[in-house]
Write a protein that binds this ligand. Structure first.
Ligand code: SAH
Length: 521
């Protein structure tokens, strides 16, 4: 194979878990890769940065079995590169810190394959930071060591000079050490480190499920065992661990430790999820609604063809605006054909969707329920005025009916439909049954109904499980639906927007002493 057609391998550090700690360079490499070879610790969400055509090869542990042996991984990346591919080799943390990236690089050199290393934020540094433990601090220590807690079983005696290590480094960070925690502590004690030396163990650091336990060299093994700490975890030994009480910012965020279910449609959930995650919540996305095109475009297209016969277009959702504008284009028209037509948008996000198309709505009610729009129109002369309402199939009739009563000629067309997704319920059922959900959020009546219908075969069990869950509804209409379906509503914001909703959730947990759910051991 010629040198030019030979591929290239990028050894990329995936960072410790929090996707925000992935590097810009890593993202760029992923976007240009043909093949992505990734393992257990790389956050799966990073795969979304790869191109649509990219091939993904998982080389981590399969449930119950072992990871692909290292020499097979080496052979795989060499072969892929020799076939001419650009290979992104995505490894947890940093590839050169206990990541066997060095071994892979040596193999590439041997095979004459060009490569680059894209460092990642190693868990050895990031996880302590998220636990509020600075690894060095002028008052405590100026030395730090990174040590493997999992010695190669094929090695004979320990290659770690425990006696030196115990006294040489003020802070010692162990990776892969959960299984050997008791032995590690024993070795350090034997080598003369004080039994009162503080120790912290952090499981799945930088993620919403991060857990920290702390003690000292004498007590920590027992404490971690009782708390059922599992890998991956970082062990930190040294006086700096004490600073965690003051500096533990990540676990002190208002929604930390709360598992919140978001039932919003996937396309719309991201902002809400981001707001809640930033406050520390672990969001479980469980869309109870899916947005799909109507069965036929006929009605909407007809209305668009005679668009000039309408005086108003009133929209009640972002999707209504998007689908309407999409069809406007599909019908060979554009924004200029809306010239002279007045636009109403219920809710700020709906107005924003119009803004994106360069159109400023004429009417934007402050309150986000249909009844408020009717109030607004009271002063307008609507007799014989044509109003087009492109919206979801099966939406409430209040708006068209009231406008009709005021004399308007209302044309309601289905611009999109919301359907109940078919999904695998096992995971959600398990979380609910085990009492591991703190809150379920509903952002529309359909999400409430669909959610309940998804569990229709086990309605009474569901209502029973829901007793331990706080129910949050975005507004009064959604809340009424929830109540009429037999749910108790614990929370409703005074401001019916996603931001208002997120704020109300923070206040809910801030004010009340609501116990958090347990974490699976
Ligand atoms: N190259 C990686 C380390 C791989 S060894 C890096 O630089 O981070 C695997 C070990 O990394 C685990 O056993 C654990 O000790 C540590 N680790 C990786 N991600 C972690 C996380 N999110 N939380 C705690 N420990 C983590």
């Amino acid at each position: 194979m010629s040198g030019i057609s030979k591929g290239k391998v990028f050894l990329i550090g995936a960072g410790p878990g929090d996707i925000g700690l992935f590097t810009l360079k890593g993202k760029e490499c992923l976007a240009r890769a043909d093949v992505v070879v990734y393992d257990e610790l790389a956050n799966r969400d990073l795969l979304g940065f790869a191109g649509k055509e990219a091939r993904f090869i998982y080389v981590g542990k399969k449930a119950g079995s072992h990871s692909m042996p290292q020499d097979e991984i080496n052979d795989l990346i060499v072969r892929m590169a020799l076939e001419g591919h650009r290979v992104a080799r995505l490894k947890g943390g940093d590839p050169f810190i206990f990541g066997r990236g060095g071994e892979e690089a040596c193999e590439l050199v041997k095979a004459g394959i060009p490569f680059e290393v894209v460092p990642g934020v190693t868990s050895a540094i990031a996880v302590p930071a998220y636990a509020g433990i600075p690894l060095t601090h002028r008052d405590h220590t100026s030395t730090v060591a990174f040590v493997t807690g999992h010695e190669d079983p094929t090695k004979g005696d320990s290659r770690i000079a425990w006696d030196h290590l115990a006294s040489a480094a003020g802070t010692i960070v162990f990776l892969m050490g959960v299984g050997n925690l008791a032995r590690i502590c024993a070795e350090l004690l034997k080598a003369g480190r004080s039994s009162t030396t503080p120790v912290a163990v952090i499981e799945r650091g930088t993620l919403a499920v991060q857990r920290t336990v702390a003690g000292d060299l004498e007590s920590i093994a027992e404490i971690a065992k009782d708390a059922k700490i599992r890998p991956p975890a970082i062990i930190i030994v040294g006086d700096v661990v004490k600073l965690r009480d003051q500096l533990g910012w990540f676990e002190q965020r208002p929604l930390f430790g709360r598992r919140i279910v978001v039932t919003r449609a996937r396309e719309q959930a991201s902002r809400f999820v981001k707001l809640l995650s930033e406050m520390g919540a672990e969001c479980v996305e469980f869309p109870a609604i899916e947005i799909v095109p109507p069965e036929s475009w006929e009605d909407l297209d007809d209305a668009i063809k005679r668009i000039k016969s309408f005086r108003w277009i009133i929209t009640t959702s972002v999707n209504g605006v998007r689908y309407f504008l999409e069809r406007l284009f599909a019908c060979g028209k554009d924004a200029r054909d809306l010239g002279g037509i007045l636009v109403g948008a219920i809710g700020p996000k709906t107005a924003e969707a119009w803004h994106e198309a360069g159109i400023r709505p004429d009417l934007m009610p402050e309150e986000f329920v249909a009844e408020a729009v009717i109030e607004l129109f009271r002063g307008h002369e609507l007799r014989n005025v044509g109003i087009l309402i492109p919206r979801a199939g099966g939406a409430r009739e209040v708006l068209p009916e009231e406008l009709g009563k005021m004399g308007a000629i209302v044309k309601v067309v289905t611009a999109y439909q919301t359907v109940k997704p078919r999904r695998d319920l096992d995971k959600m059922r398990g979380l609910l049954r085990e009492g591991l959900v703190d809150m379920i959020t509903f952002t529309s009546s359909s999400t409430v109904r669909n959610f309940l219908e998804m569990f229709s075969g086990e309605r009474s069990e569901l209502l029973d499980w829901m007793k331990r869950v706080s129910v949050a509804c975005i507004g009064p209409v959604t809340a009424n639906t929830a109540r009429s379906e037999g749910l108790k509503v614990d929370l409703m914001p005074s401001d019916y927007t996603i931001e208002g909703f997120a704020r109300a959730i923070r206040e809910f947990y801030g004010k009340k002493d609501v116990p958090s759910t347990g974490r699976p051991g």
